[in-house]
Design a protein. Structure first.
Length: 218
């Protein structure tokens, strides 16, 4: 069987474009019918102690009116500027992602974080909020909370951030589909082509390396 196409997506939970990028990706995967392996990767837009943004200031309402809301209407996505102020740091939520991924629920956790922040106005910087959300997707709340309180996955999160630096990620979302890198919200057609190209490359690579041994077996 062919190996699944590997897709890495760097995102941040306070980036509305990261949520908007989910739909076209899901459509592209459905169109191609490909076996894919998605790995969500963390990227903190404003790591502590850098100040986070405040929705009552001019910047966020302006960018939402100019870019976020128009794109959301085109894509049919229900999204709104949260009034959580200041916006939360996301390191703790990303540590929670590592716990979820360890238990096979990384993609479900990611989607729940986006909906919680951009549709339900929940503060993702609060451990009580994160724990309740983790429970909603089927994670053990006690185990999840203990992992966050004890920093169980902090080192793994930091390692993932170093990988973002190694790939020179500067914007989110950033996709890596096979050898194709896409920055920003991409169209379904663009993503579909990248997945098909990755499939073709994997098939070509698999055709090489075949050999026969001295025992006559091939």
């Amino acid at each position: 069987m062919a190996a699944p196409v590997k897709i890495k997506i760097w995102s941040d939970y306070v980036c509305p474009f990261c949520m908007l990028a989910e739909g076209p990706l899901e459509e592209a995967i459905g169109d191609v019918g490909a076996d894919v392996e998605i790995e969500w990767m963390p990227f903190e837009l404003r790591p502590h102690p850098q100040p986070t943004l405040r929705p009552e200031d001019d910047y966020l309402p302006r960018i939402w009116e100019r870019a976020v809301y128009p794109m959301a209407r085109r894509l049919g996505v229900d999204i709104k500027l949260p009034d959580v102020s200041p916006q939360p740091y996301t390191a703790l939520a990303f540590e929670g992602y590592q716990y979820a991924a360890e238990h096979g629920l990384g993609t479900a956790y990611n989607g729940r974080m986006f909906r919680a922040f951009f549709q339900e106005n929940q503060d993702l910087g609060q451990i009580d909020v994160l724990t309740a959300l983790a429970g909603e997707i089927g994670l053990d709340e006690a185990g999840f909370r203990a992992a966050l309180e004890n920093g169980t996955h902090r080192a793994k999160h930091q390692e993932a951030l170093r990988e973002a630096a190694a790939h020179q990620v500067q914007v989110v979302p950033t996709f890596l589909i096979g050898d194709t890198r896409i920055e920003g919200v991409a169209s379904t057609a663009h993503l579909r082509k990248a997945i098909l190209d990755a499939q073709a490359q994997q098939a070509e690579d698999a055709a090489y390396g075949a050999a026969c041994g001295i025992d006559g077996n091939c």
